[in-house]
Design a protein around this ligand. Sequence first.
Ligand code: C2E
Length: 837
Amino acid sequence: MSQMDEVLTHLQKENAELKQQFQFYRERYELSLAASNDGLWDWDPNTNHLFISERWKRTLGLESEILDPHLSIWESRVHPEDLPAVKEALHNHLDGKTEQYSAIYRIRRQDGSYITIQDRGKAIFDNDANPVRMAGCMTDISEQIQQQLAIEKNEQHLRTILNCMSEGILVLDKEGQFLYSNPSFSKVVGLSVEQVEGKTPLDPHWRVIHADGSPYPGSEHPSWITLKTGKPIHNDIQGVYTPDGKLNWILANSEPMLAPSTEKEIHGVVVTFTDITDQIEKEKELSLSAKVFENLRESILICDAQMKIVRANPAFIESTGLHESVILSEAMLFQYEMQGGERCKICNSVKENGHWSGECVRIRNHRQRIDHVSITLTNDTYGDTAFYIVLSSDITQQKESERKIQELAYFDSLTGLPNRLNMLQTLTEKLVHIDKKNQIVIILIDIDRFKTINDSLGHLIGDELLIMAAKRIKTVIRTSDFVCRMGGDEFIAIIDHVNDQQTFETTNRILQSLRIPYHIHGKRIMITASLGISRSPNDGLTVEELLKQADSAMYHAKENGRNRAQFFDNEISKNNLFYLKIENGLHEAVTGGQIYIQYQPQFNYQTRTVIGIEALMRWKHPEEGILKPSVFIPIAEETGLITSLGYFLLDIVCKQIAEWQKHITNLPTIAINLSPKQFLEPSLVKHVQQLIEHYEIKPNALEFEITESAFMQETETTLANINGLANLGCRISIDDFGTGYSNLSYLKRFPIHMIKIDKSFIDDIRHDNDDKAIVDAVIRLAEALNITCLAEGVETKEQLEILKGMGCENIQGFLFSKPLHPRLITELIKQHQSADN
Ligand SMILES: Nc1nc2c(ncn2[C@@H]2O[C@@H]3COP(=O)(O)O[C@H]4[C@@H](O)[C@H](n5cnc6c(=O)[nH]c(N)nc65)O[C@@H]4COP(=O)(O)O[C@H]3[C@H]2O)c(=O)[nH]1
């Protein structure tokens, strides 16, 4: 073999080996290409010629177009939306900005559908940095992309679900840090999702409490416990404070997340939270309602549609005194005392209006109890089943209080009679219906000298007297008539449909009934009353007018001697003015020297001697002339001026006695009238004693005339004064004897010198056998008790003759002498004494 041949053989061998090697590499390349499913491309930037491996040409359907493979063909297949990014990536690499070209984009296949490819390549550059060749490979990642999109979609779905869930979700990683939370969790803790992220249960920020209100440390939180132990925790109740202080109650459940690989290692924790704040609030409300139901003092009944009791609270059960089982299924309205018709009315009212309330009566242990009952028709929440809620409360006390308040406002607490306010309303109402046929009569009743009784016998007796007087007035008027206590000792009776005659009879009945003696606390008390009458429509049409006129008439009755009734007429108003004038002038009268004394002698017709002289007060009024004591003494008594007036009189009389004693040797006793009120003066005796000493007069020269009414008021002061005056040596006589209804025992108990038979018995003694009998009886009584007897107001010889016949020797009256000036008295006594001598 030649050397050439050897070389050729060697080359051929080498060539064969290279071919074999090439074939080997080519197969490896094609195999790996086929296995990787990747495609190859090779691009000449200068010619734009593009090589694409065969399988990818087929994949993309480029076989026909690639006869003259060109970059523009490739570009035309790239999805227009992706092309700019692809170009940018390519240029970046060609400009040397990137080490490698890489792009993911969609490329259209022959059938118009797109596949997504991941394209990578690298260029070779010449010395001038111009690309001379670029090659790369591409992978069909459509499936991966689809999978990724599916995953993303799933994730999106999941996220949407989590975001929409009313339950809060919290995911902790294995370190205990919060990885994920949904909006419901954010809401319940009052933080944004971002604020929650990265926190841990141990974060001091959390303010969590147990259901009992005690603090809930983070280390005990279910998420933390589950993380540490791997154990799930269920239905844990906790209260979480939001940063603005709101307390939300949540129910937490925690589950461990195990690592997918081992299923043992704790990968994290998922905690779900249910906001149970509303539920807790409702439970609280329910519990509160239950407590209210159980503990309310008012009764609560729940009744079914037939108004039968299905539930009753303890207050109601207790109020019945029965066992609950007895009450249940009872008809509710039968618990109350009412007529069947009334029950029907209530039922209908509740059905029509959905509600009824009113007062019902229940009887328990024979005791009546008044309930305020309120029945409400209602439906349950999940349907239209009707039931009734019945609330009832015991208003017996309240009704009683209301009655008492009503009584206090409209009734007099002492006598139980209607009061002034009640009278004003009644009269106003009556006057609305006034007509000529219906005369309305107002009778004002004022008890005479009640103040004296009150002051002397005390308020307790005074009160008792008023109560008894009220009862008496009520019994003598018709039940349909109205009587009230105006206050103090004043009453008003309103009677209608009566004429004057009937009115007169009524007032007489009132006067008589009041005069009957009262026995109070062992004392026998006599009173009289003065009545003033006004009539509508004659005397007036308004309440004010009628009351004013009744008042005027009443004062007139008092002025006329009390114990009488007086109809109003216009003259009376004039008298009323007169009363005021007297009252106002009295003060000045005492200090201004307008008061003076006249003296009326008392005679013994047997001995023809002056046995005594009565001092009688007179008032020389600057306008009205000489006023008699019967005009001003009652006013002085009413106003309290009687005391100073009495002392004034005493002083003048004592001075006069002293004067007379200088000239007259056997001066007869000088009688002085003392008002019952003066006997209530504790200093009376001392005062008299001082005067006796001051004027150096004999005590027995003084005689004090006391009316029976003074003895009626058996107060300690009165009795002490009577005894005190007697002990001084003064004489005591009983004035107006027979007019009072007094207990005569005082005649024995006190040193009475003389009884003076009242003028009223003498006036008609000739014709009135009763008067005669009384006078006779008094004379006998005086004889029996060895007391001097004197008849007052003897004006005629006939009267004198009758008295003589009865054996009454002592006389005072105009028949013998009127009251005289002291000077005339001096002369008279001197005359009599010289005649005797
Ligand atoms: N028509 C008539 N009247 C006669 C006759 N005889 C006497 N009188 C009157 O009868 C009254 C007798 O006085 P009295 O019964 O003590 O009744 C007295 C007495 O209770 C009271 N009184 C008089 N002066 C005083 C006084 O200084 N103090 C007190 N507390 N009361 C006095 O006033 C009453 C009335 O006194 P007077 O008007 O002075 O009226 C006197 C007298 O003037 C008569 O024949 N016919």
